[in-house]
Design a protein around this ligand. Structure first.
Ligand SMILES: [Zn+2]
Length: 331
């Protein structure tokens, strides 16, 4: 979910609070998890610090409070205001709303530092009751948001404040634009969640252990299901309205030539590359292609299978395929 949607929704909910300070802290809390983009510079400086990338360590429900505490201290000192537990708690509550919304849109959120591949119970749950409760809760929240958003947009104070800046017709246009944006966004979110739950159910009847259920990049109607057994990944392609249209198999490790023993050593050697460390840490499925180039030189390609299947854009191949040259000395 993008920061504008977070801002609109957080502000809309915060309108339930009477004091402007409460509204402020809740709204800031609702967008603060996405301030983690400022940490991206750490990753640029040192690729080993990949846990500071967007939507990683500070989108974890176990660590988000720490991130919020830092921002709370920064904001209160910038505003020269007193510290209050209420302000901090409102900011933390807002941030958990943010993560919950991100969870609904991305199907999973990281649970650092406990388990890098852990997913919330709804994902692994076999219980239709949990799914039904989650969906009801989700629908309730949307309906509730919707009422609050409409209330917010039609408030006379907001209208009069905005009309001092724009003419009445512009206000109407802005209001309609915001409403259309939210309608489209929530419809997409709802469709996404329903499809996700449906495909989770479908994937259980397919062989192998479930690895990922993901929509294709910029698409809601096309999805992939990835499952694994010991040596292979099994992939199903799903299109809304047509069902599963095709399936494919990917070998986890392919050794193109040379000795198996040396190839395995080359794979181990390539794991020192920070991009590979990040891939391993993310828990995403990957395939490895090893090629002997003569002498002690080997090329190991690590391919992020999930991204290559969901993005399908050749320009991004270099980002999701890491080609590492290593030397394997057996002596
Ligand atoms: Zn976020």
């Amino acid at each position: 979910m993008n920061i504008i949607s977070h801002l609109i929704v957080s502000y809309a909910i915060s309108c339930e609070f009477k004091s402007s300070e409460d509204r402020f802290f809740f709204t800031i809390g609702g967008i603060a998890p996405d301030f983690d983009i400022v940490l991206y510079v750490l990753y640029i400086l040192n690729n080993n610090l990949f846990i500071f990338k967007h939507r990683t360590i500070f989108h974890s429900p176990l660590l988000i409070w720490l991130w919020i505490l830092i921002w709370y201290l920064v904001i209160t000192s910038l505003m020269h205001s007193r510290y209050s537990l209420r302000g901090l708690m409102l900011m933390i509550t807002g941030s958990y709303f943010h993560i919950f919304l991100d969870f609904l849109t991305t199907s999973a959120i990281p649970l650092y530092p406990i388990n890098r591949i852990a997913r919330l119970p709804i994902i692994n749950s076999d219980s239709p009751i949990i799914l039904a409760i989650s969906m009801t809760l989700f629908l309730f929240i949307i309906i509730k948001f919707w009422r609050i958003i409409l209330q917010f947009l039609t408030r006379p104070q907001i209208s009069s404040l905005l009309s001092t800046l724009w003419s009445n017709t512009s206000i109407k246009k802005l209001r309609n634009l915001l409403i259309s944006y939210l309608v489209v966004f929530f419809c997409a979110l709802l469709l996404h969640s329903v499809l996700y739950l449906h495909l989770q159910g479908t994937s259980r009847s397919l062989p192998g252990n479930i690895v990922a259920v993901e929509p294709k990049f910029m698409s809601i109607t096309q999805w992939i299901i990835i499952k694994e057994n010991d040596t292979h990944y099994l992939v199903w392609h799903y299109v809304l309205g047509e069902g599963i249209i095709s399936n494919s198999i990917y070998q986890k490790i392919s050794i193109l030539n040379g000795s198996v023993e040396e190839a395995l050593l080359a794979i181990m050697e390539s794991q020192h590359d920070p991009r590979v460390k990040e891939l391993l840490y993310s828990g995403k499925p990957y395939i490895i292609i090893v090629e002997w180039k003569g002498g002690d030189v080997w090329i190991v390609k690590w391919i992020n299978l999930e991204r290559i299947l969901t993005m399908n854009i050749s320009i991004l191949r270099s980002v999701i395929t890491y080609e590492i040259t290593v030397r394997v000395d057996l002596s």
